[in-house]
Write a protein that binds this ligand. Structure first.
Ligand code: DQQ
Length: 584
């Protein structure tokens, strides 16, 4: 059995490389050649416009940056196979637009006593002299987590392909009280104001189940001293992985450089919770003089905390994209299938579409939106304007490739006062609410939304929908992504996801954008105020068999003010190292 799966994996990866070469710039699936059709059949879950290498295991994004005209993405990768490994490396790809990618040599591999058992996650800081410095976690030969430094071997190589590890490594070892296996994932460093401002970096850690962002400071980026207090910590929250710390503008959706501290910004601290595998964030103020951070909302690890994404999205990291003045967020969407499935597929893990991230004008939450470059992949387009979606109706959106699509839809609601279900949602877990009623459970206003990756008879579908409740403090919008009917296959994690969407449905339309890419469905509600990503593996609704529907199962009609749907072209990625034409 092993030999057979190895052969299938080897064949499909080889076809994969070839297929991406063959379909360069072409529309999916009409121009697919026969090899690509074989690939589709063998690999119906392989995403076409999301980033991942042709084979093996991928997890966290590491050290994303824009440098000298190129976007770099490093990521956790197991070159040995499709499961997480004990010799993890930093793989490396470059791009001009964060959509089409060229695969480079591995950037960091376990070679030295300070990283002999793995090169784990970390970040990049561009220091004066325009030098990108990697700070990463090494698992040393004793299995202890330490922080290390690496820099490009040749700054004039436009791809920065080779990296050198500092002879001063390790530059941080677990401080007193922090266990050797709970000290990891350094952030991009920020510099205090002034010409001689010191460098600051945080590392995830824990002391007696109190999760924390341990603060280190340095004059020269090489010698680091632990500050007296962590930047922030919260008892009972377990290990914090992959922290991220950055400013967001109070009065613009533009991004700002990581070291900016002035009254025009708030600071975001993102925490990846090892206990429940979600990315949470707090918004607060940072005082460089005292190195103190005071969040406006506490992080407790509960369902009321703010999250980047209420589905599968973890270990994320941002960077400041200076030429376009925006902050970009990368996050890992893990598989929801089994280890056996991953062995058979030969791969696991996808990077979610890079998202622009900024503070909402309310100052209360962040907003995310797929980078504008993604629109270049939009192909065949269908549009529906001013259509009534009657109570109990379902209609198919025809004319696009529903397994590989981008959909933007706006719903307009009337009769909220009379029709919304009366229900006080205070203290209610929205995920539980979504779990209590699926899309076929009739409501007052809603459920209405999309049925993605669906079969004709709807025996399989992923339902992304809204319900409106009338609570004691006004109307409440619930957004759900329900995977329970996503596949006729058993043994998959089909957990339904849900979150509230902070909009006023009496005065605002309900907007939904959904990106569908074979086994990943990313949904952005209310212009990116609530995001939910899911991984699904339909048995029948694959490739050209997949369909897309819009439905309304509420008792009142809903209006579609506009629906725009596009087939998405396949991104070029992971071509042989020799081929750099993409970057010209
Ligand atoms: N993944 C890395 C760690 C990090 C975890 C190892 C988060 O550095 O804490 O691959 O997914």
């Amino acid at each position: 059995m092993e030999m057979l799966s190895i052969l299938v994996i080897a064949l499909s990866s080889c076809v994969l490389l070839h297929c991406h070469e063959a379909v360069e710039g072409s529309r999916y699936p009409e121009t697919g050649n026969s090899e690509c059709r074989i690939l589709e059949q063998q690999q119906p879950y392989l995403p076409s416009f999301h980033f991942r290498p042709p084979q093996n295991w991928l997890n966290d994004p590491n050290g994303p940056m824009w440098y000298n005209g190129m976007y770099h993405l490093f990521y956790q990768y197991n070159p040995e196979g499709p499961l997480f490994g004990d010799k993890m490396v930093w793989a490396h790809s470059v791009s001009r637009d964060m959509i089409h990618w060229v695969d480079l040599d591995l950037a960091l591999t376990p070679t030295e006593p300070f990283d002999m058992k793995s090169c784990w996650s970390g970040s990049i800081t561009i220091v004066p002299g325009n030098i990108p410095m990697i700070l990463y976690t090494g698992i040393d030969s004793n299995g202890v987590q330490v922080q290390n430094l690496a820099f490009p071997k040749n700054l004039s190589d436009p791809f920065l392909e080779q990296w050198e590890k500092s002879t001063r490594n390790p530059i941080m070892t677990p401080p007193q009280g922090v266990p050797g296996d709970f000290f990891r994932d350094p952030t991009t460093a920020w510099r205090d104001p002034g010409p001689d401002g010191k460098w600051n970096v945080i590392v995830g850690g824990l002391i007696k189940n109190e999760g924390m962002a341990i603060l280190y400071q340095s004059e020269d980026f090489v010698s680091w001293t632990k500050a007296e207090h962590p930047l922030y910590s919260s008892p009972g929250t377990g290990m914090w992985e992959c922290p991220d710390f950055f400013p967001v503008s109070l009065n613009s959706s533009n991004g700002v450089d990581t070291s900016v501290v002035d009254p025009s910004v708030k600071h975001v601290l993102k925490i990846s919770s090892f206990s429940n595998v979600h990315d949470y964030y707090v918004l607060g103020s940072y005082a460089p003089k005292t190195s103190k951070y005071v969040p406006g909302n506490e992080y407790t690890g509960s369902s009321t905390d703010l999250r980047y994404d209420y589905g599968k999205f973890y270990a994320s990291k941002t960077f400041f994209d200076q030429p376009k003045s925006r902050r970009i967020l990368w996050g890992w969407a893990n598989e929801s299938d089994t280890m056996e499935d991953d062995l058979a597929k030969g791969w696991a893990g996808v990077q979610a579409i890079p998202r622009e991230i900024w503070l909402h004008s309310s100052g209360k939450q962040l907003v995310q939106w797929p980078v504008e470059e993604l629109n270049k992949l939009r192909g065949q387009h269908v549009q529906v304007l001013d259509e009534k979606l009657h109570s109990g109706s379902v209609f198919e959106v025809e004319g696009i490739t529903a397994s590989q699509a981008d959909i933007e839809i706006e719903f307009e609601l009337h009769s909220l006062e009379e029709s919304a279900e009366v229900f006080d949602t205070t203290g209610t877990d929205p995920q539980q609410l979504c779990s209590d009623s699926n899309a076929s459970v009739k409501g007052g206003v809603g459920p209405f939304g999309l049925l993605a990756l669906a079969t004709k008879e709807l025996t399989e579908h992923t339902a992304i929908f809204f319900r409106i409740f009338k609570g004691s403090n006004g109307f409440v919008v619930l957004m759900c992504s329900d995977q329970r009917k996503s596949s006729l296959r058993d043994g998959l994690d089909k957990t339904p996801y849900g979150a509230f969407l902070e909009i006023d449905p009496q005065h605002e339309k309900i907007a939904l954008r959904t990106l569908i890419d074979h086994s990943i469905v990313e949904s952005f509600g209310g212009g990116g105020k609530t995001c939910i990503s899911s991984r699904v593996y339909p048995k029948l609704a694959i490739n050209s068999e997949a369909r897309l529907f819009v439905f309304n199962n509420g008792t009142v009609d809903v209006a579609i003010s506009s629906l725009n749907a596009w087939s998405m072209n396949t991104a070029q990625k992971n071509r042989p190292t020799q081929s750099y034409a993409l970057l010209d």
